[in-house]
Ligand binder design. Structure first.
Ligand code: MOS
Length: 762
């Protein structure tokens, strides 16, 4: 089912050449092409209701779960009367800290090998309450409605203890772990250089808490079969969840089997939280399969979101705009029970050359649900601060904001000193500016009106690092008849992974797309892959490349002396037209079928680990882009309408123009929410989230989203598998500042606190 509708993005396409200048064999015209806009292979199943999500598995004898949540931030449960709940119709089990089986503390996400848990609190093991919203009881009943009703009948009394729930007054400390490097970077004497600089901007920027609102709320359907736990989970880390649950229940990892064939969005939140652990514990006690589907409110109570930040950006420059000092410091909220400080200085580490640099992150421990990563943790809110400050400096200097950035484009990574693997930010930015009509921007704020609306243009740099975590592996099964199966324990959360990997594998093996079957979303499959850090595509790519090489070698071992391939090595061979052959030599070719026939094999099976990600120790590897925004601000209501958005990206080679466009657009729309709407309202008096619903937590809806154009350089990164870098997260970065800068250009008001709501413009 191969569609080739013109993709809606505007690519600055060029032919891919390998690093030594050869045309890329994967782009040969008679093959499924890398980059072509293949439509989503899972699309028909999703739109016809044939895709089964975690809460749609129906198991024999299954019961339904509801959770009770604490209403205090810290203290203990003095009384938990379950009498009325137990007597309610349909109730099968009420599980509290008094009858829960013993459970080990779960290993924490990204801080222990294969840890998947949001925090390391023991789950329901005692009467302690650690956050407002913590699960304090599980009710199982014959129907969801019965469980939801019975849980309301619980009688709870607490002994409250003093809780720290105020970010502004909490003490701060240095975090022990920051994703992507140390919490602090000091190059030279930034404070002194800043004081001496002739032109200076020094401002504080604030960003609020955010919650993930995946279309599919978190859910799990699970059953114990003897000592084996089978889960259907919405997951972006099936192996991590299997490993972590095994730790919690004191069983072997091989006794936990996680499947996750379809996931309705994750954005960093579909890991391991208390609901899966509680569902598994309750299923064991009740000896029944359990479905636990969190309500939207339940997601806010149980699944951590993005932490709030307060950031200082100070830039000192000479009159020509050269950065003499770049300071980016501040604090983020966290808890003592997780270890994911919002890494808001990440983008600042690689974006601009400056003579002196000072970066530091501190954290304030609060009594709240552990925060976690949400799309582009760090960069999304860090670029709001940094890229707003650059706009402020550009205005002060009287230099065009794009030109100011260009003047500070570094030759090497300014903090690591490493060369960039591939950096074409200026090309992307130039092309984007031309397409967007940046030259028509008025330098003076407030100069352009249309009726009650003031119109402005703004831009900001986007960036996200390239990552490739260890552990990826792939298995290829090539059979004489039937599909070529590629098995990887990977994830399809809606981003197009299954489609893109099928396309790449078909091109690589020289077979039609219809013949490739990409199996994923199952912890029993090969390797360990995290769908996070925008690294899954490269991680799978590295594994499939290794498995493909093993496959060619295995096939060559099977060819007999009478084969046209006799005596050849894998270096002499290409995969084409359903077989192996010498490039450019039609006589030296044999189909896979014939090789297998001749050897009397029905199939060949290979499995290989991806090569180690050595590229990361030699190069500074990042994706880049420039976001352009046109905003209108109402002089009457203060309302902001974003009228146009354009993203011009440099993300290496684009593997599928259509799914990539959707990824970029989706990220930019989430950035629009970050800029204008999204804010988790946190009651500082009692640590309770006040708006746990999509009625009160606003995300952009169709009518909020303007025309969005996406373009890319399509310049392959010579140091990544397939030339691709990740594209899942960069789209959200830079958008907050591009909108804020456009708002400033429209009306002359500088908003340094997200979201930019109308009250801040009146
Ligand atoms: Mo992403 S926040 O690494 O899922």
């Amino acid at each position: 089912d191969l569609q080739t509708s013109a993709h809606p993005g505007v690519a600055l396409a060029r032919d891919y050449r390998t690093p030594d200048g050869q045309p890329d064999p994967l782009s040969a015209p008679d093959q499924p092409r890398i980059g072509m806009p293949l439509s989503r292979l899972d699309g028909p199943r999703k739109v016809t209701g044939n895709a089964r999500f975690a809460a749609e598995f129906a198991l024999e004898g299954m019961v339904y779960a509801a959770l009770a949540y604490s209403t205090i931030a810290r203290g203990r449960i003095a009384l938990l009367d379950t009498t009325a709940t137990e007597a309610a119709p349909g109730v099968v089990l009420v599980m509290t800290h008094e009858n829960v089986p013993p459970l080990q503390s779960p290993p924490v996400f990204l801080t222990t090998a294969k840890g998947a848990a949001g925090d390391d609190h023991p789950v329901l093991q005692n009467d302690r309450v650690h956050w407002n919203g913590q699960p304090i009881a599980v009710v199982l009943a014959e129907t969801q409605e019965q469980a939801d009703h019975a849980v309301t009948l619980l009688q709870v009394e607490y002994v409250q203890e003093p809780a720290m729930t105020d970010f502004d007054s909490a003490e701060t400390r240095e975090p022990s772990n920051v994703l992507g490097g140390p919490a602090s970077v000091t190059i030279g004497h930034a404070e002194r250089a800043f004081e001496d600089a002739p032109c200076r901007v020094d401002a504080i920027y604030r960003t609020p808490r955010h919650n993930h609102n995946a279309i599919e709320p978190h859910a799990v359907t699970l059953a114990w079969q003897g000592d084996e736990l089978i889960l259907h989970d919405g997951s972006q880390c099936v192996d991590h969840v299997a490993y972590s649950l095994a730790q919690v229940f004191g069983i072997d990892e091989s006794q936990v089997h996680v499947t996750s064939p379809f996931v309705g969005g994750g954005f960093g939140s579909k890991t391991l939280w208390q609901h899966q652990i509680l569902a598994a514990a309750a299923a064991r006690l009740a000896d029944r399969p359990v479905r636990m589907a969190l309500s939207r409110e339940g997601v806010y109570r149980v699944v951590g979101g993005r932490a709030c930040t307060e950031q200082r950006v100070a830039i000192g420059a000479d009159e020509k705009g050269h950065f003499q000092a770049l300071i980016h410091t501040g604090k983020a909220a966290m808890t003592a029970h997780n270890n994911l400080p919002e890494p808001f200085t990440q983008a600042t580490k690689c974006l601009y050359g400056a003579d002196h640099i000072q970066l530091a992150i501190r954290v304030a421990d609060l009594d709240m649900l552990a925060n976690t990563f949400m799309r582009a943790p760090g960069e999304s809110v860090g670029t709001f601060a940094l890229e707003s400050a650059i706009d402020e400096l550009a205005e002060q200097l009287g230099i065009d904001p794009l030109e100011l950035r260009r003047r500070n484009e570094p030759e090497r990574d300014p903090t690591s000193g490493l060369p960039f693997s591939s950096r074409h930010l200026l090309e992307a930015s130039r092309a984007g500016a031309e397409r967007f009509g940046w030259a028509r921007r008025s330098v003076r704020p407030g100069a352009r009106h249309e009726g009650e609306w003031q119109i402005g243009l703004g831009c900001a740099t986007a960036t996200y690092p390239y990552m490739r975590m260890p552990g990826a592996a792939a298995r290829i099964t090539l059979s004489r008849h039937g599909p070529v199966r590629i098995d990887v324990a990977a994830h399809e959360m809606g981003m197009g992974t299954a489609t893109v990997q099928t396309q790449v594998a078909a091109a690589r093996l020289g077979v039609p797309i219809e013949r490739v079957q990409f199996n994923y979303g199952d912890s029993s499959l090969a390797g360990v892959v995290l769908a996070g850090g925008s690294q899954q595509t490269a991680a799978i790519g590295g594994a499939v490349i290794a498995a493909h090489r093993a496959l060619v070698e295995a096939l060559l071992e099977l060819v007999g002396s009478d084969s046209p391939l006799a005596g050849l090595s894998s270096d002499d061979i290409e995969c084409r037209e359903g077989g192996l052959g010498v490039p450019g030599d039609a006589s030296r070719f044999e189909t896979y079928e014939r090789i297998l026939d001749r050897a009397g094999h029905s199939e060949v099976l290979v499995e290989a680990d991806a090569a180690e990600s050595e590229e990361l120790s030699h190069f500074s590897m990042h994706s880049f882009g420039t976001i352009f925004c046109e905003a209108a601000v109402s002089t009457i209501t203060g309302e902001v309408r974003v009228r146009r958005l354009l993203g011009a990206f440099d993300c290496g080679r684009i593997l599928n123009a259509k799914t990539a466009t959707s990824q970029f657009r989706g990220g930019m729309i989430m950035g629009l929410g970050l800029a204008l709407m999204e804010e988790t309202q946190f009651d500082t008096r009692n640590g309770r989230i006040m708006n746990p619903s999509l009625a009160e937590y606003h995300v952009p809806v169709q009518m909020d989203v303007p025309e969005i154009e996406v373009m890319w350089t399509d310049i392959p990164d010579p140091h990544t598998p397939m030339g691709a870098r990740g594209i899942g997260e960069i789209g959200i970065t830079g958008v907050g500042a591009a909108v804020a800068n456009a708002v400033y250009n429209a009306c002359g008001r500088r908003v340094r606190e997200l979201p930019i709501t109308l009250d801040k413009l009146l």
